[in-house]
Design a protein around this ligand. Structure first.
Ligand code: WTA
Length: 584
């Protein structure tokens, strides 16, 4: 690009996107043309013989040299209490935790799980786990006993880090978890008579020196359970080598630069929290904010004002809730620090993008990815004009297409399955103990995302919907089968079918069609009892906000509930092919 062209390009960029800084990625298409992962591996420090450890890149490299005293984490608790940790302190604390695990006998690739509210201890123990070469597994604090049991049992986690307010839920299923050996409790909440280990006591006694385990890039870092159409949630497993892409996408997509203060609103129980609320930004040496409180528009704006957040990564449901709270609310706070905004998790309506522009002076930039992809693969970039409602373009080095049922790419403009050519560094390596399920993701050499989409003539991707029955509610991924299973465990319920019902605020809500057992009478009270029951088993976000009592459910002749028919009826759409429907 000529000097003049460059200037013009930048000038129009600054105008259209209100960019305050020159972006890290100036020209997407030329980056794509000359792209090779090897080139960016040069920016990731490794050990001898190709060994590495992502925790080294995330924390330790910054703890020596100029970033040692730079703040890595500003943590704002629910009570408004602020804590600050430098990269040097994070390195020392995570070393201590690694020593605690060593003392407890942890072995390489053992699973260490956390059932912990967002807290500095969660970040510290996560990094410490990677340092000993074990696999970290986060779980939402909102999980109920069944959700906990399924994850701890399937992963065979030997270590669990939890807290006083949450541990009782673990004890409800403790006797079903033969492999769980050590329960570490933070904030001095440990009961030694139960054999619980006190985090603070052990941390105090532990050395802050630790020799990090040298890992193969293919060895695992973290695993996260996520939902599909059928069966229980699956353990999606990621490897150390993914760090190169976590690093590069944070740099190019979130545009993180050394003097930024960045806030990712996602919980660490979700992949966004791990990859873009911990690993990627820290791999770039960026100061991050962690907020442990609940969602409240005032509290969120206060975080932005208090920490002078510059780059903000959030989700459409949160954006819609902020919009609903009214434009006067942010006016009461100083939002002038913000310079770049991104969104993920569900379709971002054009209204949301524009609202960002109106209220903060910056649009929200949509990003698309999945637990399985391990980092952002389709996205908007600071250097690219936004097409309202589009997810943006492929990340350099990634090949994508819209394919048909046989996995054959369709012509431009056609609607079909969104597919990606496997092999990018942050891609999941397997499904824990379920190679069969892992293999089911692939068709004719393509990784099939489960989403349907189209690509326009300029290479922009447009989201259409899910190809399967997975429900996205408030950005959280919920499988209908999990909810149906929890519902039928209730003594009054005979059968249940669950769908996602479009909702203006939450994207979708979970709707259940429930057939009661003989003698049971539908009532509002029973509806509420069932809702509370499911909440307790699964999670606060995974219960059916709507329950409709029905006399029968549409089923195939083999007895499978036809969610498609339920959904079509709910939406008043044609029911389609019902030739496999059960007939009496
Ligand atoms: C959906 C979240 C529309 C999609 C990081 C995907 C989106 C699923 C977007 C993955 C977006 C994510 N626009 N839909 N920008 N981003 N999704 O595993 O259906 O919780 O397959 O990962 O969220 O959800 P997951």
């Amino acid at each position: 690009m000529s000097e003049k062209g460059h200037q013009m390009y930048e000038a129009s960029l600054f105008k259209d996107k209100k960019l305050i800084k020159t972006p890290n990625l100036l020209d997407l298409e030329s980056a794509r043309k000359s792209f090779s992962w090897d080139k960016y591996w040069q920016e990731i420090e490794t050990f001898e013989n190709g060994k590495m450890n992502a925790a080294h890149n995330v924390i330790d490299v910054h703890s020596v040299g100029p970033n040692r005293n730079k703040v890595a984490l500003y943590f704002e608790g629910d009570d408004g209490k602020t804590e600050k940790y430098t990269f040097g302190e994070m390195a020392d604390l995570s070393n201590k935790f690694a020593n605690v695990l060593k003392k407890l006998g942890v072995r390489r690739q053992d699973r260490v799980f956390y059932f912990l509210s967002r807290s500095p201890e969660l970040y510290v123990s996560f990094i410490g786990t990677l340092k000993v070469g074990a696999i970290a597994g986060t779980m939402f604090p909102a999980f109920g006993e069944d959700a906990l049991r399924d994850r701890l049992l399937d992963s065979g986690a030997k270590y669990l880090v939890t807290e006083e307010q949450l541990k009782e839920r673990v004890y409800k299923v403790r006797d079903q978890l033969p492999e769980l050996r050590h329960i570490i409790v933070v904030k001095k909440g440990a009961d030694s008579s139960k054999g619980e280990i006190c985090y603070e006591t052990e941390m105090e006694a532990a050395s802050s020196k630790f020799t990090i385990e040298k890992m193969d890039p293919e060895e695992y870092t973290y695993m996260l359970y996520t939902s599909g159409t059928t069966g229980k949630p699956k353990g999606v497993v990621h490897a150390h080598g993914g760090i190169v892409q976590q690093y590069l996408s944070s740099k190019w997509v979130l545009d993180l630069q050394p003097d930024d203060t960045y806030w990712c609103t996602a919980d660490l129980g979700w992949v966004t929290g791990i990859v873009y609320g911990l690993m990627g930004p820290w791999a770039n040496g960026i100061s991050q904010v962690g907020y442990g409180g609940r969602f409240k528009p005032e509290a969120w704006y206060n975080v932005i004002q208090k920490y002078k957040v510059t780059v903000w990564y959030t989700a459409p449901t949160a954006i819609r809730m902020l919009m609903a709270a009214g434009d006067e609310v942010p006016k009461r706070y100083d939002m002038s620090s913000l310079r770049y905004l991104c969104s993920v998790g569900e379709p971002l309506n054009p209204e949301g993008v524009k609202w960002g522009l109106k209220v903060f002076g910056h649009p929200f930039n949509d990003t698309w990815w999945q637990t399985e992809t391990g980092s952002i693969l389709i996205t908007n970039y600071p250097c690219m004009p936004i097409k309202f409602g589009s997810m943006g373009k492929l990340f350099p080095g990634i090949e994508g297409a819209i394919v048909d049922e046989e996995g054959k790419p369709l012509p431009q403009g056609a609607e079909g399955d969104l597919a990606l050519k496997p092999g990018w560094p942050s891609m999941m390596r397997t499904i824990w103990k379920n190679e069969k399920r892992f293999n089911e993701y692939f068709r004719n050499g393509w990784y099939i995302t489960g989403d349907t989409a189209t690509i326009d003539k300029d290479g922009y991707f447009w989201y259409v919907g899910r190809a399967d029955d997975v429900i996205k509610t408030s950005g959280e991924r919920v499988g209908p089968f999990e909810v149906e299973s929890a519902l039928v465990e209730h003594p009054a319920v005979a059968e249940a079918g669950v769908i996602g019902k479009p909702d203006p605020l939450r994207g979708n809500i979970i709707k259940a069609f429930v057939m009661l057992k003989p003698g049971q009478k539908p009532s509002d009270e029973l509806r509420e009892t069932i809702q509370t029951f499911v909440k307790g088993k699964l999670a606060g976000h995974a219960y059916p906000r709507e329950i409709e009592f029905v006399d029968s459910l549409p089923k195939t002749r083999s007895g499978k509930i036809m969610r498609r028919v339920l959904k079509a009826k709910e939406l008043g759409l044609p029911i389609g092919d019902t030739s496999t429907l059960e007939r009496d």
